[in-house]
Design a protein around this ligand. Sequence first.
Ligand SMILES: Nc1nc2c(ncn2[C@@H]2O[C@H](COP(=O)(O)OP(=O)(O)O)[C@@H](O)[C@H]2O)c(=O)[nH]1
Ligand SMILES: [Mg+2]
Length: 381
Amino acid sequence: MTDTYRPDWVPNDAKETETFASRVMRGVDEMHDGLMTSTKHLAPSVLPVKRRKKLTVADYVRGIEQGDRVILSRAITLVESNNPDHFAIAQQVLQSVLSRTGNALRIGITGVPGAGKSSIIEAFGNMLIEAGLKVAVLAVDPTSQVTKGSILGDKTRMETLTKHPNAYIRPSPAGGTLGGVARKSRETMLLCEAAGYDVILVETVGVGQSEVTVRSMVDFFMLIVLTGAGDELQGIKKGVMELADAIVVNKADGDNLKRAQIARSDYNRMLHYIRPATEQWETKAYTCSAVTKSGLLELWELIQTFAVQGKENGVFYKRRQNQSLQWVRDMIDEHLHNLFFNNIVIQGRMGEVEEAVLAGNMSESQAVQELVSVFDQTLLK
Ligand SMILES: Nc1nc2c(ncn2[C@@H]2O[C@H](COP(=O)(O)OP(=O)(O)O)[C@@H](O)[C@H]2O)c(=O)[nH]1
Ligand SMILES: [Mg+2]
């Protein structure tokens, strides 16, 4: 049996070699689902025959409410599926657990590769678990493919967390548009909340618009940075700093401690010129070390203060409401976009209109008008 298949959005005539003809892992049997049920080391003959019972919506809902991680994983797989039948069931499940969502603290973590996001999640997550909390870790990585999803590749960095029964780790949904990945990640987050996770850590590597996407789904957003003074500061986009509720200089340990402290001051100076991401909250820079674990408890206290204050002054709830409305609009955008670009008639006309633009025979605006009116016609039929 092959364990991958072509996702539904790949056109039938697409060649294997085309970039979007990626393959999707089938099912949630092992590793893919964040559970520790790997049976790879066992000979096939000793494995029980797995014949997965088809679950009803009620089965999913009950399983999630009981915190059953196998069922949670299967529900997330439905949410991630591009199959319309799966989508329909997933939406019914979501609808049924909606009243149990919203109770977790949602924390976004971004930073360049190597900044230490995964190491911090491992250390920070374990600290929270020791404090009696249940922690879910999700990734949003629009560039990820099944074989190199950021969390999958990082499992070694999250060794203890991966094994802990109170932690649930889910790699980024693979393939598709950022909009698609965003919906899947948001809904996954809701399912995790319904399953009783208290803290949701959402990791994203800073590519494209993924920071904006994660900012739009979390309460608190932190940017992990490294020392390296001038050059490093230049490399970080101001736009990303504007999204952050905290800038955390990691690797503040050993020989690097002094430099980390200097970098913190540099960032604090820069932050004076940047509008904070959250009303009535001052974004500041901090130091921490995922290795010595210094600064992590302080970071958790900071996030708790952020939540308590925000709930008192209402900013916390207001953001969540705005986020909900934004999700609705984003999904409409995504839907209309697909409706247009997947329209057969539009696809038929696109080429010649684009050629006319390139040949200078048609202005860009004319091209849009032409295509949109063709599209309008198809809607009338
Ligand atoms: N000295 C030191 N090294 C760290 C620290 N955090 C992460 N690292 C190392 O930095 C590298 C990148 O870490 P990783 O967590 O994979 O970064 P990510 O790409 O942002 O997820 C690894 O080799 C880590 O061991 C830290 O606090 N101190
Ligand atoms: Mg990582």
